[in-house]
Design a protein around this ligand. Structure first.
Ligand code: GLY
Length: 262
């Protein structure tokens, strides 16, 4: 079954402001601590961009006990049938799911927990109109995938497990849906042939981090510092909006993981 317009046509988003504790967020390699004030500024510009794209944005207050909680997308998956509360696959982030469940319930969402003892980070889930791809990774395991698949299949979605490249935090660190048929991806991910039914635009060499962009209604939010990707997007008829995400990038984060869009 095709689910038209669930993948990039949105009316709402949920974000969570970074707290001071963001300086202690997880990162695979130490590239320096994020600066709280600069993070707040970049986050405010991100909210502005979502609003400019037509979304009503719910801003949750900082969750100081969870340094990575600004990356809200890892704790839930919001679809028209309801919101699935995920199980982030690293101990310091597991509790974020309870906070998100409470916030979503308060906002009137019907919530469904992922039941098994597996793990899924939302950053590993790419929703397209025809299939939901779930990247198995260091954060998302087979048990988590199977229990998520159960719920999604009951709702009529096609779901497929794929692989997040080694040493890459999340599947969507390396790709972004541009429209119903087109994906922007790094060549290392595209080479795994997980996008068999899609047209692929490959991010230029050296600009791999730009694959973590997001299509939001008529624009594509894309990180600053990757001019060849911005040019590629414009040349292909998309409307790139360039945003600074230097502080999130220090924590292996990017544009997709800082909002839940629905
Ligand atoms: N800092 C983002 C994460 O590791 O989940």
């Amino acid at each position: 079954m095709s689910h038209a317009n669930i993948s990039f046509r949105f009316s709402n988003a949920i974000v969570c402001q970074p707290g001071q504790s963001v300086a202690r967020g997880l990162c695979a390699e130490n590239r320096g601590q994020p600066d709280f004030r600069k993070f707040r500024q970049e986050h405010a510009s991100y909210i502005d961009a979502l609003e400019q794209a037509g979304l009503k944005v719910e801003v949750l207050p900082p969750q100081e006990q969870f340094p990575d909680s600004v990356f809200v997308e890892d704790a839930a998956l919001c679809l028209p049938q309801g919101s699935i509360i995920l199980r982030p696959g690293t101990p310091s982030r597991l509790g974020e799911a309870d906070i998100m469940a409470a916030s979503l319930a308060r906002l009137g969402h019907e919530t469904h927990p992922v039941l098994s003892d597996g793990f899924v980070d939302g950053g590993d889930i790419l929703v397209t109109d025809s299939v939901i791809l779930v990247g198995l990774s260091e954060r998302t395991d087979r048990n988590g995938y199977e229990s998520l698949k159960q719920i999604l299949s009951d709702w009529g979605y096609r779901v497929r497990a794929v692989h997040t490249p080694e040493h890459v935090l999340h599947f969507k660190s390396d790709c972004c849906l541009l429209d119903s048929e087109t994906i922007l991806a790094t060549s290392r991910l595209a080479e795994s042939e997980c996008f068999s039914s899609f047209k692929i635009l490959t991010v230029p060499e050296g600009e791999e981090a730009a694959a973590n962009s997001i299509r939001v209604n008529d624009v594509v939010l894309t990180p600053d510092g990757f001019p060849a990707t911005a040019e590629l997007l414009a040349r292909e008829g998309y409307s790139p909006v360039i945003l600074g995400v230097t502080q999130a990038a220090l924590l292996d984060g990017g544009l997709s993981c800082m909002s839940l869009r629905f």
